[in-house]
Design a protein around this ligand. Structure first.
Ligand SMILES: [Zn+2]
Length: 308
């Protein structure tokens, strides 16, 4: 009689590849999550596939950062190298790449910044140009799907047009359509080494008080050609997830983010909750609320638990 059943195909595993290391390095605020070298991420991708997972989401940590985020679209950038290596070993594993500039920008913002005295602006259209270059270089390196996470206006349409013109009409777009400025991203900033050096991201991420605006953002991304729309974070936005899935009926993803992950990990380590029971309940709730795809740091464990 159970209405909602989790399967291995519900989950996408985020992986972090770093240009700065030869050996994996733990991310302190995210127990069990590591920065990996290119060689290690290939092995990790293979293990994920062998476990029964279908897809990974790649984030890169470059050696150098600059004001134009040039590492994001370098032919030999860290994500591009990782993609080619993973695709050589696991051609059937779906590779999704994070498309953003913050990991590659010296100031840590998701876009090109202009500073006027005490104020700064993120320049939307200049940023979109660089995002397009990044998406194209990922597609050329073998990405099956690109996932713009920056929240600039018009980027999904610009990326779709450039991919089609570049011969990558089969490369999909998973857009972070409703991404809220959230307190739950804290540990990820350590993972991606991208804390903003000044200001915050509220000028381009959404106010967590706004639900109708989220639906408008999602509608725009669908119009511009997004194949999958994403809501991020997950549990505090489960109402948004439900409304997006109900209203648009599009494949809908949700990102269970680092802070949500870390809270359960800390509570479990203190014996306050049972990790496995809590995670299965959370993931079932997300799927019940309409998620077709759940990006989660527990993807590997979930597959094992579902088998038992
Ligand atoms: Zn970003």
């Amino acid at each position: 009689m159970r209405e909602t059943k989790l399967t291995a195909h519900d989950f996408v595993l985020p992986l972090f590849v770093s240009e700065k290391i030869d050996k994996q390095r733990p991310i302190a605020s995210m127990p069990g999550v590591f920065h990996l070298s290119v060689k290690e991420i290939v092995d990790e991708a293979q293990r994920a596939q062998d476990l029964g997972l279908q897809a990974v989401l790649l984030f890169g940590v470059p050696e150098h950062k600059d004001e134009q985020a040039s590492g994001a679209y370098a032919e030999n950038g860290i994500v591009q190298k990782a993609l080619r290596a993973i695709k050589a070993k696991c051609p059937d594993l779906v590779t999704i790449t994070d498309v953003c500039l913050c990991e590659y920008m010296s100031h840590g913002h998701c876009g090109v910044a202009r500073i006027d005295g005490d104020h700064f602006h993120i320049l939307n259209d200049e940023t979109v140009e660089l995002l397009v270059k990044t998406a194209l270089s990922h597609a050329a390196a073998g990405a099956d799907m690109v996932a713009p996470s920056d929240m600039m206006d018009g980027r999904v349409g610009a990326i779709r047009e450039a991919l089609d013109a570049g011969g990558f009409d089969q490369t999909g777009i998973m857009s972070y359509a409703a991404k809220f400025a959230s307190a739950f991203y804290g540990p990820f900033r350590e993972a991606a080494e991208n804390p903003p050096q000044f200001g915050d991201r509220r000028s381009y991420q959404m106010d967590y008080a706004n639900a109708d605006e989220a639906l408008r953002e999602v509608a725009l991304d669908i119009d511009e050609g997004a194949d999958i729309v994403m809501v991020k974070p997950a549990l505090p936005y489960i109402d948004i997830l439900w409304r997006v899935r109900e209203r648009y009926g599009k494949p809908t993803a949700v990102y269970h983010v680092s802070g949500e992950f870390a809270m359960v990990k800390v509570a479990a380590a203190k014996g306050i909750v049972d990790e496995r029971a809590a995670v299965l309940e959370i993931m079932t709730a997300l799927k019940r609320a309409g998620a077709d795809i759940i990006v989660t740091y527990w993807a590997r464990e979930l597959v094992k638990w579902l088998r038992e």
